[in-house]
Design a protein around this ligand. Structure first.
Ligand code: PMP
Length: 286
């Protein structure tokens, strides 16, 4: 069951207008919220980012934070699986015509669609993944989680064709992020990641990783990182709500560091795992 515009319906019964501005222009924003044992992870932060994205595109928020939380809780409870990936989007709705400026008095389209959460297996975490690189040809408001995902579609397709899992992007010789993840580098035991600005999405996992580094006294810097630094890094990681903390072992066919998932990637992934287990998983009864 999914939620569409005030109703809980089966996916085959969910209908939206062919003239929805989400379809015509990608005129909307979205979130993906991981749910572990029916508990949404960092929900308040996801809702805050949604609010920021909506405000940035001048779309008034159809729900207060408490209403969003209640709707998401209902969607979670309607599924017969425990770990979920909640895709949520809000578009500027549908009008009778295809006209660029904001229409007057349209009702936003709200879709909340859950699917089973699939995170990388222990084997993939241990082996790591390969990546390609590409110029970051996206717009200059990458901080908005916009529905305009054509760049990510093209970049992930290029990665897939090269047998890789991600595409690491550079703009003017500096690291930005992955097609659908944030990127961290490690050199000589120091972790670094680009700062939060309009060139990257402020990842929820990015924040968790920074908090965990602080808690465990791992040195971490949020600063500009040159392409040369990425190419000579000891470790490279990608982070996202569904990939969690995943080591990149090869970039453009060349090994990163010694070509294995590095010790800090493994350390951070285990802190992330413990953190997730301690706050999200129900205690198991035996
Ligand atoms: N950057 C981009 C471009 C993304 O699409 C994503 C995943 N949605 C991320 C970073 C990671 O964000 P999060 O940790 O909130 O999933």
């Amino acid at each position: 069951m999914l939620y569409l515009n005030g109703q809980f319906v089966r996916i085959e019964d969910a209908k939206i207008s062919a003239l929805d501005r989400g379809c015509l222009f990608g005129d909307g924003v979205y979130e993906v919220i991981p749910v572990y044992s029916r508990q949404p992870f960092r929900l308040a932060e996801h809702i805050r980012r949604l609010e920021a994205s909506l405000a940035a595109i001048g779309l008034s928020n159809p729900h207060h934070a408490e209403e969003w939380m209640a709707l998401i809780a209902q969607v979670i409870s309607l599924q017969d699986y425990e770990d979920q990936s909640i895709y949520l989007h809000v578009t500027r709705g549908a009008t009778g015509e295809r006209d660029f400026p904001f229409p007057a008095n349209t009702t936003p389209t709200v879709l909340i669609n859950p699917t089973p959460l699939v995170v990388p297996s222990a084997e993939v975490k241990a082996t790591g993944v390969r990546a390609i690189s590409h110029a970051d040809f996206r717009w200059l408001r990458c901080d908005i989680k916009s529905l305009n995902l054509l760049p990510a579609v093209l970049l992930r397709q290029a990665a897939k064709q090269a047998g890789c899992a991600e595409c690491v992007m550079f703009r003017n010789g500096m690291l930005t992020e992955g097609a659908a993840s944030n990127i961290f580098v490690v050199k000589n035991g120091i972790i670094a990641t680009p700062p939060k600005d309009h060139l990257i999405l402020p990842g929820i996992t990015y924040d968790v990783v920074i908090e965990l580094a602080q808690q465990h006294q791992l040195p971490l810097e949020a600063r500009r990182i040159s392409e040369a630094e990425v190419r000579s890094a000891d470790e490279l990681w990608m982070t996202s709500s569904t990939k969690e903390v995943l080591g990149i072992i090869e970039l453009d066919g060349k090994p990163v560091g010694n070509g294995c998932v590095g010790p800090l990637a493994r350390q951070m992934d285990s802190y992330y795992y413990e953190f997730k287990q301690s706050i999200m998983r129900k205690p198991t009864s035996c």
